[in-house]
Design a protein around this ligand. Structure first.
Ligand code: ZN
Length: 531
C-alpha cells in the first residue's frame, strides 16, 4: 500500500490550538564534536502533542519523556545532504553533497522532553542525551518577546522567507523580492490552487554589506568577500553555482518566527546560484527561483529526483522489497502494481518509450532517482527532472495528500474547517420551532469547490459540491428537543484521481441544538416583562 494513501478517516475540529511556552533549540552534529547546542530560546508555539507511544529505534531525532515515551520525532532527511541542482539541458544538473555538519531545530513544550536521541544513521546506538543539559549548555541563549500571529497560524503551512546580503537600507528590495517569489510560486500547480493553505511569513535581517562571497577558486580575479548576516557564499565545494548560507545562524534567527514549517532564503546577488537541503537558498538571478520550486518538491512533498545522473551511495529504494520509493519513483514494472497505475491509459505501453508521442501522458519511463536503469518515473518530463517543466499529475496528487498529512512541526493538524469560525460559536445553542436558524463554518479554500454536506441527527439533509458552508434549518413542533446538526467537508481535489479522492480526510463540526416550543423561548427571554 502506497504510504501517502493511508491517511483515511474523519478529523473532528475542536477549536483553536492554544499557545504553549516551548523550547526552541538549534543543534549541530559533527563526527569530531558530536552533538552541540548552538542556541536556545523560549518561544510561544501552538503545540499540541497527542500521540504518545513507546520509542522504537528510528531514523529520526527522537524526543522522549523520562519513561522512554516518544513525544515527537524530527526528520533530518533534508539536513543530511546539500542539493546542488541547476538548469541543465534536458535534465537537471544535479549533484548531492553529504553534509559534514548536520544542523537542525527541535521545538517542544517546556518541561515535557527529558531526553533526545539522534537518528540511527547518525548514531547507531541512539544514545540518549539529557535535554535539560542541552538547553543549559547552549552557546547562545535568548528569551524572545512573543508576538501572537494574525489569523489561524496553526492552521497553515508556515513558509518563512528570509534574506541575506541585504543592507539596512535595502529592506524594500527584500520585500519586493519576497513578493516576487510568492507570485512566482503561485504560477505553479499545485501551489497555485492551494495558495490559501500557505502562510507566507517574512523576516528581514540587515547585513553590513550587500551580496554574497565569491571565492577565488571559482571566480578568479572577480572574487569578493562580503560581510553578511548569514555568510552567504557561492562556490561551495568548488561548484560555482552552489550557493549556501550558514544553517545554524538561519535557524537561530528564525526563532523570532518560531512556528515556521519551511524556510527559504533569498540571497541579494544577481549571480545565478542556489541550493536545497535544510532549506532552499537562491539568488536574485531571474532563473534562480526555479531552484526553489523544485526544492520545495523535495523538502515539503518528499518527492524524489527524476533525473538519472549517477549519485553513487544514495540510499536505495524499492516498492517491491522496501524501503518504499518516494511517491514519484518506482521499480515496479508490473502494470497492475504500479502505484500510479490508475493514471496510466490502457493504450500506453509499460515501460513507456521516451518518444514525443508519450510526452503528455502518465506512463512508466525508465530513468529516475540517479539511476538510468531499474528506476522509473511517471512522466517523461516533470519538474522533478527538469526545471523547465510543470509538476506531473503524480507529483501534484502527492502534494495534496501531503497538505492533509499531519502533524506539522507544531503537532497541530491542518483542517479544512477554520478553527474558531463556527457560527453559532456556542455548540449547544437554543432555537424556537418555526424560526430559521443558520449554521456556518469558514473553510480553508482551494481554488476549486469543496464537497459539503449537512446532517441532522445522522440523516443527510444536503449534499453539494459548490462549497456552500452556510445552511439554515427550520424545525417543526414535533422536533422539539435535542437535534444534532453536523457539517462534513471533504476536498475531492481535481488533482487527485477520482478513484483516490475518498482517501482524502473528511472534516466535520457539530452542534447539539436545543429546539424549544415557540412560547417557551419568549418567556425565557422575559418577553412579558418588557414595557
Ligand atoms: Zn531535485
Amino acid at each position: 500500500m502506497y504510504k501517502l494513501f493511508l491517511l483515511v478517516g474523519c478529523l473532528i475540529v475542536t477549536g483553536r490550538a492554544t499557545a504553549f511556552k516551548a523550547d526552541y533549540l538549534v543543534l549541530s552534529w559533527t563526527a569530531q564534536s558530536g552533538l552541540v547546542a548552538e542556541y536556545h530560546a523560549v518561544v510561544d508555539l501552538p503545540i499540541d502533542f497527542k500521540n504518545k507511544a513507546s520509542a522504537v529505534p528510528s531514523d529520526n531525532v527522537q524526543l522522549l519523556a523520562s519513561d522512554g515515551i516518544l513525544i515527537d520525532e524530527v526528520s533530518l532527511k533534508n539536513q543530511l545532504i546539500t542539493r546542488a541542482e541547476y538548469h541543465g539541458h534536458e535534465q537537471l544538473d544535479g549533484q548531492l553533497l553529504l553534509n559534514e555538519e548536520i544542523v537542525f531545530v527541535v521545538r517542544a513544550p517546556r518541561g515535557m522532553v527529558k531526553q533526545l536521541s539522534l537518528p540511527i544513521s547518525v548514531d547507531k546506538n541512539q544514545t540518549r542525551f539529557d535535554f535539560s543539559n542541552l538547553v543549559r549548555n547552549a552557546r547562545y541563549k535568548a528569551v524572545l518577546p512573543t508576538q501572537p500571529a494574525a489569523g489561524n497560524p496553526d492552521n497553515r503551512v508556515n513558509l518563512l522567507v528570509m534574506g541575506d546580503g541585504y543592507t539596512a537600507n535595502q529592506e524594500n528590495d527584500f520585500n519586493a523580492d519576497v513578493d516576487s517569489i510568492i507570485a512566482y510560486m503561485q504560477t505553479f500547480e499545485p501551489y497555485q490552487s492551494y495558495s490559501e493553505f500557505i502562510s507566507f511569513d517574512r523576516q528581514f535581517t540587515a547585513s553590513n554589506q550587500p551580496g554574497a562571497d565569491k571565492p577565488a577558486a571559482c571566480f578568479g580575479n572577480d572574487a569578493v568577500t562580503v560581510d553578511t548576516a548569514f555568510d552567504a557564499s557561492y562556490c561551495i565545494a568548488s561548484i560555482r553555482r552552489l550557493l549556501t548560507v550558514n544553517s545554524s545562524k538561519i535557524y537561530t534567527a528564525a526563532a523570532a518566527s518560531p512556528d515556521w514549517n519551511e524556510i527559504i532564503v533569498i540571497v541579494n546577488d544577481t549571480e545565478y546560484g542556489g541550493s536545497g537541503g535544510s532549506f532552499s537558498t537562491f539568488s536574485t538571478h531571474a532563473s534562480a527561483n526555479d531552484i526553489f520550486i523544485h526544492e520545495y518538491g523535495h523538502s515539503f512533498t518528499d518527492l524524489a529526483d527524476e533525473y538519472d545522473s549517477a549519485y553513487p551511495g544514495f540510499p536505495a529504494c524499492s516498492d517491491i522489497n522496501g524501503p518504499s520509493c518516494e511517491a514519484n519513483v518506482t521499480d515496479e514494472t508490473n502494470r497492475n502494481n504500479i502505484k500510479w497505475s490508475h493514471l496510466i491509459e490502457p493504450s500506453t505501453p509499460v515501460p513507456t518509450p521516451e518518444t514525443s508521442q508519450y510526452n503528455t501522458v502518465i506512463g512508466l519511463f525508465e530513468g529516475a532517482r540517479y539511476q538510468e536503469l531499474g528506476r522509473y518515473r511517471p512522466k517523461n518530463f516533470c519538474n522533478m527532472r527538469s526545471l523547465s517543466y510543470d509538476f506531473c499529475a503524480v507529483c501534484q496528487a502527492a502534494y495534496v495528500f501531503k497538505l492533509y498529512q499531519v502533524p506539522y512541526a507544531q503537532g497541530s493538524p491542518l483542517s479544512l474547517l477554520e478553527p474558531g469560525t463556527a457560527s453559532p460559536a456556542d455548540t449547544t445553542p437554543t432555537t424556537m420551532v418555526a424560526v430559521p436558524m443558520t449554521f456556518s463554518v469558514d473553510t480553508l479554500q482551494p481554488s476549486h469547490h469543496l464537497d459539503v454536506s449537512w446532517w441532522v441527527n445522522g440523516v443527510q439533509q444536503t449534499s453539494n459540491s459548490d462549497g456552500q458552508i452556510s445552511q439554515s434549518f427550520v424545525f417543526q413542533p414535533n422536533q422539539v428537543g435535542q437535534q444534532n446538526i453536523k457539517i462534513k467537508v471533504q476536498d475531492h481535489s481535481p488533482m487527485v484521481h477520482s478513484s483516490r479522492q475518498a482517501e482524502l480526510p473528511e472534516f466535520e463540526f457539530q452542534w447539539q441544538l436545543n429546539v424549544v416550543p415557540f412560547n417557551d423561548l419568549i418567556f425565557a427571554d422575559d418577553f412579558e416583562q418588557l414595557p
